[in-house]
Design a protein around this ligand. Structure first.
Ligand SMILES: [Zn+2]
Length: 285
């Protein structure tokens, strides 16, 4: 069950669905215009969000921003009658997908060729069922590094931050509300033979994110988290990145050094992050 949740007078979001990989969709409500964050994984997803806004008497968005090119954040765009904004890198990635077909055979073939990953192919099949009317729509306005949008009483700062998950990743800072919509930026790179994080990109990404003075951070496939929770996550990534470099990607030594820092056994999350960094270390060599 997806629900629409109010965080502040000017920001609402719709909860994600893991089975079909629907990410969080957000809306920033200005006095003059509302802005939607991400277009959803299908027209149905996007339209459901708009209907929920209507039910709650929220000004319908006239602008949509895409956080990155992945299908679950962009395929709903064809169902939205509004101005779309994205990084020029996102547009480039979407352009590559325009000629693709989306039936099972075409999807399976792309998975085999390493263009698509099984995780996404399965979620696409679940979201769309048999009728797969997918039209890749390109964003109308693009920018390189940053853009600011004044919605009337509230400002959105869009900033390209990149990272391993998607090198086109953009984050949206809702300045007056101190809300930072991170999208999938801090997640691992899934489009690889092994899921991975790399040292340099991770450290750079986390530094980029730290430039924003935020109280709430939104992670698209999870939930909004407090600054403290975000910092815990960022500390884990930073520590493991540094240890990966120091111990040249050697698992045992990284685990031992991390245990010495936290003075306990490591939990599953921590071990997974270490595994992803080791994968990244191997990929980079
Ligand atoms: Zn993604």
């Amino acid at each position: 069950m997806q629900t629409l949740v109010k965080i502040s007078k000017r920001f609402w979001y719709q909860t994600p669905v893991s089975e079909t990989d629907r990410p969080i969709l957000g809306v920033v409500i200005g006095d003059k215009r509302s802005l939607m964050i991400d277009a959803g994984n299908s027209e149905e997803h996007a339209k459901y969000f708009l209907r929920e806004l209507e039910k709650n008497n929220i000004l319908q968005p006239s602008i949509v921003v895409l956080t990155h090119w992945h299908w679950d954040h962009t395929f709903g765009l064809s169902g939205l009658d509004m101005i779309s904004i994205a990084s020029s890198r996102t547009k480039k990635e979407l352009e590559k997908q325009v000629p693709f077909e989306w039936n099972d055979a075409a999807l399976d073939e792309r998975v085999k060729a390493g263009v698509e990953i099984e995780f996404c192919a399965n979620a696409i099949k679940k979201e769309y069922g048999r009728e797969r009317n997918i039209t890749i729509t390109l964003p109308e306005i693009t920018f390189e590094t940053k853009m600011e949008i004044d919605l009337g009483g509230v400002t959105c700062q869009l900033q390209h931050v990149g990272g391993d998950h998607a090198q086109d990743s953009v984050i949206v800072y809702v300045k007056e509300e101190k809300i930072l919509f991170l999208g999938d930026a801090i997640y691992a790179n899934l489009y690889s033979s092994k899921r991975n994080h790399t040292v340099k990109r991770t450290l750079q990404l986390l530094d980029n994110i730290d430039q924003f003075d935020a109280e709430i951070y939104i992670l698209s496939h999870w939930k909004p988290v407090s600054q403290e929770e975000y910092q815990q996550e960022a500390n884990l990534l930073r520590r493991v990145a540094r240890l990966t470099e120091r111990f040249a990607g050697k698992n045992e030594e990284i685990v031992k050094a991390y245990q010495a820092i936290v003075k306990r056994d490591l939990n599953e999350d921590e071990l997974e992050v270490i595994e992803y960094f080791i994968n990244g270390y191997e990929v980079e060599r």
